[in-house]
Design a protein around this ligand. Structure first.
Ligand SMILES: Nc1ncnc2c1ncn2[C@@H]1O[C@H](COP(=O)(O)OP(=O)(O)OP(=O)(O)O)[C@@H](O)[C@H]1O
Length: 432
């Protein structure tokens, strides 16, 4: 049983790379928390600091409420599994799993019992007599997990443990890992860059970009109410349509979201109109997931956008149409590897992700803290995004009777729209 807390944890490598920037995070007892972000965003560095394999440059890590700064890795009650699991080739499966127990002096009979329990939980009971070379990749990874979990750690850290496996096996093992950790009640932190893995496995997901924690919440929260433009762009398939809009207010009538060649109207009596009206004369970003858009009859009234199909993608169970509607898309850059900037000698940290930090204003969701750096307008900084003609993704039935060039009208479910300000922060519309 373990809890983990990170308070303003920063890691700056000797070459000045800011791998983790003032991360604040609480992991609850028995929770399965997934750290999600692109390659190089600092996920592994966070795990390694918790395990005691790296030291934070600043900030505090607490395990069970106690600072661990001076606690050696072996005293932290932590087990870790990496993507490149190394088993002892000359030992059997049973010997591999038994090894950490032998080291800590557990009696033979107790060892056998615990190996049996773990092997059953992981479905490898039949394989105990085999050597690693006689196992498939998935079976080897199960053994590696067995070896880690058999010591009954308080905290289980997993760094992309499935990334070397093929996709079918990954999906199968996802369910096994979560059911095993839940059964054992062990607190788990799991690193991945795969959003499907994160959304299906996590109790809560923490999303990182360029060393900065962007948002923390349940899969439903981070998907349904992303805290930043980056989280909105990162989660979901197809990706959320993010369109630049100029805001104009017609007092007592409506707020106009001018998308370029056409516009959407939020009636004045709608509670969101007042929140958006605040941005009169400015540009914001309107986010619409494909599920907010439905093809309608060409002459349908109401909130409808019209365009021409640029191209189609067939996915078997559905088709996606990508529509030119004469709008501008905001494409958010990933900011993974090499994104964190170097610290000039003796100088202040220059913040890359800082412009996307925000307070979610909700106590049950971690509020990434502003590091004090001046906010930079994301929409006028080409280092954080780029613009291109929008190709709005709309879901259609499999193999629809339309082709590229075909005109299409799409009804917009206005209540499902997301709004982001020029800094990339979610505009709180006062509900949901
Ligand atoms: N020992 C090191 N010295 C200098 N820079 C490092 C070192 N280890 C990692 N980095 C850098 O720190 C940043 C964060 O790395 P980290 O391994 O935590 O990312 P990650 O999100 O886990 O990526 P991946 O998914 O590729 O493992 C990267 O820019 C990486 O290049």
């Amino acid at each position: 049983m373990s809890t983990v807390a990170l308070r303003d944890v920063t890691k700056v490598w000797p070459d000045g790379t800011v791998a983790v920037d003032k991360a604040g995070l609480e992991v609850r007892d028995g929770e399965f928390l997934v750290l999600l972000g692109p390659s190089g965003c600092g996920k592994s560095t966070i795990l390694r600091m918790i395990a005691g394999l790296e030291e934070p440059t600043a900030g505090i890590i607490l395990l069970n409420g106690e600072p661990v700064t001076d606690l050696a890795p072996r005293d932290r009650q932590i087990a870790m599994v990496f993507q490149d699991f190394a088993l002892y080739p000359h030992m059997t499966v049973s010997g591999n799993i038994a090894f950490p127990l032998k080291l800590s002096g557990v009696e033979a009979a107790a060892r056998e019992e615990r190996i049996g329990d773990v092997a059953t939980a992981l479905g490898i009971g039949e394989l105990l007599g085999r050597k690693p070379t006689q196992l498939s990749g998935g079976q080897r990874q199960r053994v590696a997990m067995g070896r880690a979990i058999v010591r009954r750690p308080g905290l289980f850290l997993m760094d992309e443990p499935l990334s070397n496996l093929d996709s079918g096996l990954r999906a199968e093992l996802r369910a096994e890992i979560t059911s095993m950790t839940r059964e054992l009640g062990v607190t788990t932190m799991y690193v991945t860059h795969d959003q499907a893995e994160a959304l299906t496995m996590a109790d809560r997901v923490a999303i990182m970009r360029g060393g900065v924690l962007q948002d923390v919440g349940t899969p439903t929260e981070v998907y349904g109410r992303p805290a930043t433009l980056y989280v909105a762009a990162f989660l979901g398939s197809p990706r959320m349509n993010l369109l630049e809009a100029s805001v104009y207010v017609q007092l007592d009538r409506y707020v106009v979201l001018d998308l370029g060649e056409q516009a959407l109207y939020i009636p004045w009596h709608d509670i969101r109109a007042r929140a958006i009206a605040h941005y009169h004369g400015e540009r914001i970003v309107v986010g619409m997931r494909a599920e907010a858009l439905t093809p309608v009859a060409p002459d349908a009234p109401g909130d409808v956008l019209r365009g021409r199909i640029r191209y189609l993608e067939h996915h078997g169970h559905e088709s996606l149409a990508f529509l030119d509607i004469g709008a501008t898309a905001i494409v958010v850059d990933e900011l993974g590897k090499g994104a964190a900037e170097a610290v000039p000698a003796g100088g202040a940290l220059r913040r890359v992700g800082g412009a996307l930090q925000r307070l979610t204003g909700r106590s049950d969701r971690a509020a990434p803290k502003s590091g004090g750096a001046a906010k930079v307008s994301m929409l006028s900084d080409p280092g954080r995004h780029h613009r291109r003609p929008a190709e709005v993704a709309v879901r259609l039935a499999p193999y629809p009777a339309v082709s590229p060039g075909h005109p299409l009208a799409i009804g917009v479910r206005m209540e499902a729209l997301h709004f982001f300000d020029e800094h990339g922060d979610r505009i709180d519309i006062g509900w949901r």
